[in-house]
Design a protein. Structure first.
Length: 232
């Protein structure tokens, strides 16, 4: 290899480095990402899940007379279905984006999970309020009881979405597993455990879950930052 070839190689490397996005070039505001993620959501699907969750919660309370059990099993279902629809379902376009610009997939993953979490929170508030007026159970206690499984499942699905490349069929397995688990807890004396737990215990579990969710989100963002620095 002569000097001329080395100079040409160095020149080519510099041109390629200049064309690659740097850390500042790849930073996208969270508001923009949230707006993109929100625009993907189907309003009719959100309304349908909201109505279905309320109806199922009220009917299950009337039939089972176990409000804590009803909200524990009902609250996570809209979130699971939304993760299936917008995150875990095999999407060739997003898989290609992940392979090409890993940081872009991580950012939109965080944005989608944030939108789903906000929807889950609003849905939980209305569900807790409805059951509160239906059976007279304490509103805060109901809300925290429904929030605990929702937060932990959301964190688990966010983690899985980031670390497992092939997610086809994974969301179906998660939903089927949750339905089977809900059936088991209605058969087993799980409702007694929910009744025994105080509001403070539910609050502590919810706070721990939120901390784990924040850590998971931070790890995904950190992974994105390392990737950007590596290509910058």
């Amino acid at each position: 290899m002569n000097d001329q070839m080395e100079k040409e190689i160095d020149c080519t490397i510099q041109l390629l480095q200049a064309s690659m996005p740097g850390p500042k070039d790849t930073q996208t505001s969270m508001s923009t990402l949230l707006r993109i993620a929100a625009s993907e959501m189907n309003v009719f699907l959100l309304l349908g899940l909201f109505t279905g969750a309320l109806a199922f919660g009220v009917v299950s309370v009337k039939v089972l007379s176990m409000p804590m059990m009803s909200i524990f099993c009902t609250a996570p279902m809209p979130m699971l279905l939304l993760f299936h629809r917008y995150v875990l379902t095999c999407n060739n376009g997003m898989r290609e984006l992940e392979e090409t610009f890993q940081y872009s997939y991580a950012e939109i993953l965080i944005a989608r999970s944030t939108i789903i979490s906000c929807y889950m929170f609003g849905n939980l508030v209305f569900l807790s309020m409805t059951l509160h007026f239906s059976v007279g159970e304490d509103f805060l206690r109901l809300a925290l009881c429904g929030a605990v499984p929702s937060i932990y499942l959301c964190t688990l699905l966010l983690f899985i979405s980031n670390v497992i490349p092939n997610q086809e069929g994974l969301s179906i397995i998660a939903i089927v597993f949750w339905v089977a688990l809900c059936f088991l807890v209605t058969v087993l004396p799980f409702n007694q455990l929910l009744q025994i737990c105080s509001t403070a215990i539910y609050a502590v579990l919810a706070i721990i879950g939120l901390i784990l969710y924040s850590i998971c989100s931070h790890i995904i963002r950190t992974r994105r930052s390392f990737y950007v620095v590596g290509i910058g």
